[in-house]
Design a protein around this ligand. Sequence first.
Ligand SMILES: Cc1cc2nc3c(=O)[nH]c(=O)nc-3n(C[C@H](O)[C@H](O)[C@H](O)COP(=O)(O)O)c2cc1C
Length: 334
Amino acid sequence: MDLRTNYLGLELRSPLVPSAGPITGNPAMWQRLQDAGAGAIVLPSLFEEEIEYEAFAVGFAEEHGVEAYGEALSYLPTLDQPPVGPGRHLALVEQAREVLEIPVIASLNGTSPGGWVRYAKHLADAGAHAIELNVYDVVVDPDLSADDVERRYVELVEEVKAEIQVPLAVKLGPWFTAFGNFARRLEAAGADGLVLFNRLYQPDIDLDSLEVVPHLALSTSVAARLPLHWVANLHGTVNCSLAATSGVHDGADALKLLLAGADVVMSTSALLRHGPEHLVVIERFIRQWMADRDYDSVAELRGSVSRGNVPDPQVYERGNYYRVIHSWRPDHHR
Ligand SMILES: Cc1cc2nc3c(=O)[nH]c(=O)nc-3n(C[C@H](O)[C@H](O)[C@H](O)COP(=O)(O)O)c2cc1C
């Protein structure tokens, strides 16, 4: 059975890809992920803030005649020390390339065009097969219009693309008014693939301290509905690759996203819960399902339930909202 897929122009042996997170950031997990069948891995993000922080710290050291950057850090007690830092991050990419046979995708996380995007080139030079640009953002400024924000992201994609020779994927949140149009503009700006979607890690309020506290909840399968909806809508309307991320916990989740049109499906929460070998369980389910229905390859089934390939495209449109709401019956409570 042929599970091969093409993602960003890279030939992957399987569409199952561990997304950026603590598992892929732990070198002790790499071999296990590869042995469990991962098609590629996405390393944790190098953040715009980490790069700017280092530039700031080095500038400070030079200004104050401090020779060693390490010593300079001790002069900056008000700033949190970055968890990884650009240098260590580049070393992680190099190390992953040495250990792994599957493609290594490096992730860069930021929202504003600027000098920090040069790190895309450094990540590629360190050996990354592709770059994933995560534009995780919370736009709270009421003076910024949707058009301003989209234009900034398009510009950012153009800037990063100009730095690298390897393919570029763009990871996004789902909060865009006209997502199809924006997706096309990103593709025109040079995106070789879209990674749908970032999960918003919403803060919570502690009722005792009245403090706003970060709250990271791992996903459940329900979260896969959002990427499923948009992958199904975009399949066939953009030419770039589509990766689905959020809520992939079992083989059924993965299969649905492939049927919707994803080239790869990514997982973090499930691997954090069950360990890298959970990929084996997911793959086994996919193989069994395909065997039961005489599918020989993932290519045969991909996109067969996308918007362009279902008899009634309304199931992916507004019409479905009306239908779903009116399908509720009182006995659903029980
Ligand atoms: C603890 C944790 C760390 C993460 N770190 C990153 C990161 O560095 N860069 C990134 O693009 N996504 C990061 N993510 C997001 C995941 O890659 C993934 O897109 C998201 O968790 C949704 O997938 P899931 O439902 O399979 O968890 C992180 C997620 C978690 C839970």
